[in-house]
Write a protein that binds this ligand. Structure first.
Ligand SMILES: NC(=O)c1ccc[n+]([C@@H]2O[C@H](COP(=O)([O-])OP(=O)(O)OC[C@H]3O[C@@H](n4cnc5c(N)ncnc54)[C@H](OP(=O)(O)O)[C@@H]3O)[C@@H](O)[C@H]2O)c1
Length: 429
């Protein structure tokens, strides 16, 4: 068979690693795909920069969007990033020109996934994005192919390695968020602008894609409820430990009778849950299928090697002629399903209050909870501070989120509560 010709837009962490593997493992990949993969063209901003791979003999394009149309290639890899702009132009141009596209860009697909899937399927080309969710963990392949015979009721997991690294390090060292974030930036585990990671947006991008593949629904990033981890304190992590939990930033998507739930927030998971032991930069995804039961996939969620590994699996599929609907069913058949509001979540909660150390405070807090039908499971207070403030921790029995929020608003208004309450949901997944 003729070689599959590939062009790469973006030669950064991921693009350079993909080029390196395609060149270094040429024979192995050719044997597995039944034809060779030939790198024919590349594009990046700085032509002079050493990428650590031999790019001689390849066409260089200053404009990646032009390369998508004009390169002598069957597949265009979009490895630039960003939810619009050049990345979107590269994908659209490539599809229009009848070329297959492979991308690692979750932001782009979370925003434009359904529309891009529609044009790709109409043009009869592949749109591969394995690398955009959980890096090297082949979760898109598992959902689309491995679990094809299942109805998936839930897909949830640790989808952001930066947050998991920060939470793990806070627990291991007892240090506060800001301190650990600075260190993560120095070590290259967090970006200079960490907003997308620590505010939960990156995990929400990935969750929106997982929900679409799992449930056959249109990608709906706006329907994802998103909270990040900035408000988590070392105290919360220590209290969680004492109560038998670990704090993890989870993406959770459930299919219910009322519609789809899509949520990203930090939560407490029991110490014996599989996700509790996924530490550091690792990602893990749990899928619940009606035939297969519970499956857990775990691995490195980012970095040059794991991400390139996923990109190459999409290229290998194209080389073998395996072109599947982008989100498990054809884009024209993706449903638009109602979003279930977080207000209806029912579950246990953890609340940390900073209160003045005075008689009567606990009675006022209890009254607010009682009035909203929230019942207390346990109360912990550590230390005394004559006239000063002390942390008080409550765990609450199963209750409805809307009631919990009303109770928290009332508690926040008490004169004796000196900081906004910190609430963390408890998930028995
Ligand atoms: N890094 C990871 O671990 C990881 C994991 C999963 C997914 N991803 C996704 O993979 C994609 C790439 O990430 P990355 O970490 O490899 O990014 P990166 O290291 O910042 O590389 C981006 C590359 O794009 C090039 N570029 C920027 N603007 C361009 C333009 N207008 N035309 C042509 N090339 C342009 C840059 O060129 P210069 O080098 O010349 O500046 C650079 O080579 C993103 O969508 C990201 O979300 C990354």
């Amino acid at each position: 068979m003729a070689p599959l010709r590939v062009a790469i837009a973006g030669l950064g962490t991921v693009g350079a690693a993909v080029a390196d593997i395609l060149i270094a493992r040429k024979d192995l990949i050719a044997a597995r795909c039944g034809r060779s993969i030939e790198l024919v063209a590349v594009s990046a901003r700085d032509r002079e920069r050493d990428r650590g791979v031999d790019l001689s003999g390849m066409d260089w394009f200053d404009d990646a969007a032009v390369m998508a149309t004009e390169a002598d290639a069957d597949v265009i890899l979009e490895l630039i990033g960003g939810e619009d702009g050049i990345a979107k132009a590269v994908c659209e141009n490539a599809i229009k020109a009848g070329r297959h596209v492979v991308t690692a860009n979750k932001a782009l697909l979370a925003m434009h996934g359904t529309a891009l899937a529609q044009v790709a399927e109409t043009a009869n080309v592949a749109l591969g994005y394995e690398a955009s969710v959980a890096g090297g963990v082949p979760i898109i392949k598992a959902l689309r192919e491995g679990f094809a015979g299942n109805r998936i009721s839930s897909i949830h997991g640790i989808l952001n390695g930066t947050c998991n690294y920060i939470l793990t390090t806070m627990r291991e060292t007892g240090r506060e968020f800001d301190d650990v974030l600075s260190e993560a930036q120095e070590l290259g585990y967090a970006e200079a602008d960490p907003t997308f990671d620590v505010e939960g947006i990156d995990a929400a991008h990935k969750l929106a894609l997982l929900a679409s593949v799992a449930f056959g629904t249109e990608v709906d990033f706006d329907a994802v409820h998103v909270e990040g981890i900035r408000h988590i304190r070392a105290d919360d992590i220590a209290f969680a430990d004492e109560l038998g939990y670990r704090i993890k930033l989870l993406g959770i998507a459930n299919q219910t009778e009322d519609g789809i739930e899509q949520r990203v927030y930090p939560c407490m998971v029991p110490m014996d849950a599989p996700l509790a032991h996924v530490e550091g930069v690792f990602n893990a995804v749990v899928a619940e299928g009606d035939a297969v039961g519970t499956s857990v996939l775990q691995g490195r969620g980012a970095g040059a090697g794991p991400t390139a590994s996923a990109v190459i699996s999409d290229i290998a599929d194209i080389a073998r002629g395996t072109i599947l609907p982008v989100f498990s069913v054809p884009a024209s058949q993706l449903s638009r399903t109602a979003t279930v509001s977080l207000d209806s979540r029912t579950g246990p909660y953890y609340v940390r209050l900073t209160v003045l150390d005075r008689p009567g405070v606990i009675a006022d807090v209890s009254a607010a909870l009682r009035d909203e039908a929230v019942s207390v499971e346990a109360l912990l207070q550590r230390g005394r501070s004559d006239g000063g403030s002390v942390p008080v921790v409550l765990t609450l029995h199963e209750t409805v989120e809307a009631n919990m929020q009303r109770a928290l608003n009332r508690i926040a208004d008490l004169d004796t509560v000196v900081e906004p309450p910190c609430m963390i949901r408890i998930e028995h997944l």
